[in-house]
Design a protein around this ligand. Structure first.
Ligand code: HEC
Ligand code: HEC
Ligand code: HEC
Ligand code: HEC
Ligand code: HEC
Length: 420
């Protein structure tokens, strides 16, 4: 059923490991998705509705790709960095050695992203484990790939989490892992307890992912059992648990994702009192506590703005004193960066590990004249893909970066008169 004759001089069947594949396969060796879709109608419909056709052409990736070009030019490092983006975001282009300019018609309207024929012509990975685009390309032969020894037992290559790992684990400039969903998943309870692979939880759609994020974690508030007195400082324990993700939460693009816990109290007069998290004294803790700090100076500098002060690190919706669960990254000048390809170092990992509970304490200072009676407590966990100030700076679609409610919990407390 599938063609096996040589195409454009490329000898079909020659295995090409990802990093060595650049420019080795003639243009148009891979079929266009519509061609596969003539017979696989359902698969084409699913592909069109997924992130895959726009994995390179979407405006956020293009905005970053433009900064990558600026960086390569400023540092005189040639094509290597921009081409590396294509190995995962537009692999057919990478195989053909094409490097479309950011925002050009070829990059924006003419790109096909991650195509059928690419995934179904990969054959395994090169090296000790999948990651850093080390997929092996081998046109021709079995479309689901050979059987491989996967972390979840023997599987056809295309059904294995290892296929996902070739792109979902990525090395930054210092060769540290900046994305590590596969490594993290492999070390976690999904493999040990349940043998659940990526596709047991995921599809390829953003909508489905947003649905997974809502409800992925749980919250419990433990208000003090005895009443508290006005004039005192009260601590409220809140437990946060990653219930559903097979890896730390937020997963994947750690340099960008925001996951934050806000706790507030509502008194009998209807007034809202925000609480602040009690610091634990962990390394680099300031990155995990909501503040009005500036960051992402590299975005302005790479855009050619001299003396760029920076952008709001946390932004709208995140209050001072909220707890952020994140794995921050820093540029060569030690400032927080939202670009993994510009990360010189990685900070302390303060995400929610899979199936673990993280305990937090939140503090509230009661003035002596605080109204007596019941005090309603509310804890809210929210997720957002990108820091809003960066989203706006890159001029991305206004409603394209909403925050998602992950979960909420409530409790009550009784406020007694200040002296017994
Ligand atoms: C002319 C119709 C036709 C076209 C075009 C076509 N296929 Fe298929 N494909 C089939 C049929 C029929 C089967 C089931 C029989 C078989 O395994 O060969 C199949 C099977 C498959 C399978 C499952 C194999 C397995 O082992 O379960 C995959 C994956 C696949 N095709 C991918 C593709 C891709 C990618 C393209 C485009 C490059 C493509 N097909 C183009 C007809 C087609
Ligand atoms: C090893 C594979 C790999 C390489 C190399 C790579 N990426 Fe990615 N990139 C990914 C994956 C996988 C995701 C999706 C992760 C997620 O959903 O959190 C992603 C996500 C992104 C996002 C965020 C998209 C969003 O929706 O939030 C941007 C922007 C991006 N990449 C740009 C780049 C640029 C620019 C380069 C080149 C310097 C690059 N990537 C290199 C695999 C890669
Ligand atoms: C990101 C890589 C990727 C891309 C792109 C991709 N597929 Fe697949 N395909 C997979 C994986 C993974 C599976 C196994 C899914 C599963 O077991 O649920 C699969 C399964 C299939 C199957 C077999 C279904 C079955 O139940 O046996 C067919 C046929 C297929 N794909 C065709 C296509 C076509 C046609 C396109 C493009 C329109 C496409 N694929 C794009 C990764 C991909
Ligand atoms: C060829 C590289 C590649 C392979 C193989 C791959 N992905 Fe991705 N994946 C990406 C890139 C690039 C993005 C980011 C696309 C974007 O932001 O537009 C992404 C995004 C995602 C997302 C986030 C969806 C979204 O809309 O933001 C999920 C979930 C995902 N991939 C799951 C998988 C799973 C599961 C597999 C294995 C079956 C897999 N991917 C295989 C490159 C790949
Ligand atoms: C037990 C279910 C489960 C398994 C197994 C699992 N995931 Fe996830 N994944 C989730 C849930 C739930 C979320 C949403 C919460 C979050 O962002 O962490 C998620 C989020 C993600 C995201 C999006 C992160 C973002 O914010 O854009 C990516 C990409 C991803 N997973 C990739 C993978 C890959 C690759 C594998 C396999 C190596 C995998 N996942 C295994 C449940 C799972």
């Amino acid at each position: 059923m599938h063609a096996t004759a040589p195409v454009n001089g490329y000898e079909l069947g020659t295995p090409l490991p990802g990093p060595m594949a650049k420019g080795r396969v003639p243009k148009r060796t891979l079929a266009r998705p519509e061609t596969c879709g003539e017979c696989h109608v359902q698969e084409l419909v699913k592909w069109e509705a997924s992130y895959r056709p726009t994995a390179f052409s979407n405006s956020f990736v293009q905005a970053q790709y433009a900064l990558v070009w600026a960086k390569a030019k400023a540092e005189g490092t040639g094509d290597a960095l921009p081409a590396s983006c294509l190995a995962c975001h537009s692999p057919a282009r990478y195989l053909a050695g094409e490097l479309p300019a950011p925002g050009s018609p070829e990059a924006v309207r003419g790109d096909l992203g991650i195509t059928c024929d690419f995934c179904h012509s990969t054959w395994g990975y090169d090296g000790d484990g999948p990651g850093a685009s080390n997929w092996v390309f081998r046109k021709g032969g079995n479309r689901m790939g050979p059987e491989i020894a996967s972390a979840v037992g023997t599987r056809r290559w295309n059904r294995s989490p290892e296929l996902c790992g070739t792109c979902h684990d990525e090395r930054g400039p210092g060769s540290q892992w900046v994305k590590a969903s596969y490594i993290e998943w492999k070390a976690g309870p999904s493999v040990k307890d349940a043998k659940k692979g990526c596709l047991d939880c995921h599809t390829f759609s953003r909508q489905h992912l947003d649905g997974l994020i809502a409800g992925a974690a749980s919250l419990v508030i433990h208000p003090p059992k005895a009443g508290v007195r006005a004039g005192q400082r009260v601590s409220i324990a809140v437990d946060v648990r990653n219930e559903k993700a097979g890896h730390p939460m937020p997963g994947s693009s750690n340099e960008l994702r925001q996951l934050w816990l806000h706790v507030e109290a509502l008194d009998t007069h209807g007034k809202v009192h925000p609480l602040s998290v009690q610091p634990k004294g962990i390394p680099g803790e300031e990155a995990t506590i909501g503040s009005d700090a500036l960051a992402y100076q590299d975005a302005g500098e790479l855009s050619g703005e001299a003396n760029f002060a920076g952008l709001a690190r946390d932004g709208e919706g995140i209050a001072p004193g909220d707890r952020l669960f994140r794995l921050p990254m820093y540029d060569a000048k030690g400032r927080m960066t939202a670009f993994e390809w510009n990360a010189a170092s990685i900070g302390n990992d303060y995400r929610l590990p899979a199936r673990e509970t993280v305990a937090e304490i939140f503090l509230l200072n009661f003035p002596a004249d605080f109204p007596q009676g019941p005090l309603a407590l509310r804890a809210t966990l929210r997720y957002r893909r990108v820091p809003p100030a960066l989203w706006a700076y890159l001029k991305l679609p206004k409603d394209g970066n909403p925050s998602i409610l992950v979960t909420q919990a409530v409790g009550t407390l009784t406020v007694l008169p200040s002296s017994p």
